[in-house]
Design a protein around this ligand. Structure first.
Ligand SMILES: *[C@@H]1O[C@H](CO)[C@@H](O)[C@H](O)[C@H]1NC(C)=O
Ligand SMILES: *[C@@H]1O[C@H](CO)[C@@H](O)[C@H](O)[C@H]1NC(C)=O
Length: 259
């Protein structure tokens, strides 16, 4: 194996194990002379987020690894933390390492009589370990307010998560990165929501507690700040909730991935 081959091989392992997600749909372009990893700022091309790390691959493919604190701090993959030699100030407190998380929404468009169904997944720590699950709605189809939920949750690798949802006949999904995730709080929220009752998004139910509100609240607890609003249009319709299909379209914004 020559060294280029080995490098490519190691890169594949690195990409699949450490950063299971990178976004090829980015608007950022790499100058053709550049190959390797760069902070968006270094690329000096419009459409690149200066705080993100990009991989410039051969044949012009570009992949966005998302936020990295060093890009935000000094615009470089590594920042030198050396104080200037003449400095008499005490050493600066080191910034805590920023941890990245990943939150996913899984979607079944034809479920729930065509109103759709959504479920969640999120990464725990920086390893390839995910927690995921679904509020599958009421057990008894005749009484859909204040009834027990059918519910499942599980944990495994990213690949195990995807294959579980595929087995359950979900069709699409989409994931986003987040900074400083709180997997512990999301899991606590999951155990609370699991035991709460289900309320359909429709009269005669006087409140809503369904797959959408559960997915939203779990990922909100995880610290996913880029969740679309649950409400149709608060000014016009008050607290009328979106249907899962509409909310998922807002979440993936035409970039949905297939399972
Ligand atoms: C960016 O990192 C490279 C390699 O570590 C280093 O040579 C260069 O001086 C750094 N640039 C800045 C602006 O810190
Ligand atoms: C399901 O979630 C609960 C609450 O977070 C947790 O205690 C339990 O271990 C989870 N089950 C699996 C199989 O991951």
């Amino acid at each position: 194996m020559n060294s280029k081959c080995l490098f490519a091989f190691l890169l594949v392992i690195f990409v699949s194990e450490v950063y299971p997600i990178c976004d090829y749909k980015t608007k950022c372009k790499c100058p053709s002379t550049k190959q390797g990893q760069y902070c968006g700022k270094t690329l000096g091309v419009s459409g690149c987020d200066p705080t993100h790390v990009y991989e410039c691959e051969p044949y012009g493919k570009v992949c966005d690894y998302g936020f990295r604190s060093s890009c935000a701090e000094c615009g470089n993959l590594t920042c030198s933390n050396q104080p200037p030699p003449s400095s008499t100030k005490p050493p600066q407190k080191q910034e805590p390492t920023i941890q990245n998380g990943e939150a996913c929404v899984f979607h079944c468009k034809s479920c729930a009589s065509g109103f759709g169904h959504v479920a969640w997944g999120f990464r725990i720590g920086n390893d390839n370990k995910y927690t995921y699950g679904s509020d599958d709605g009421p057990d008894n189809k005749l009484h859909e307010c204040d009834v027990a939920k059918k519910w499942w949750n599980s944990s495994g690798t990213r690949a195990e998560m995807l294959s579980r949802f595929k087995r359950e006949n979900y069709v699409n999904y989409y994931c986003k990165n987040t900074v400083n995730p709180n997997a512990e709080f999301a899991q606590k929220r999951m155990s609370e929501l699991k035991t709460q009752k289900y309320f359909l998004n429709s009269p005669p139910c006087k409140k809503v507690a369904n797959c959408l509100t559960d997915t939203y609240e779990i990922l909100y607890a995880y610290n996913m700040l880029k969740l679309p609003s649950k409400y149709v249009d608060t000014l016009k319709y008050g607290d009328l909730l979106k249907y899962p299909n509409t909310w998922f379209e807002d979440w993936c914004d035409n970039k949905c991935w297939s399972l």
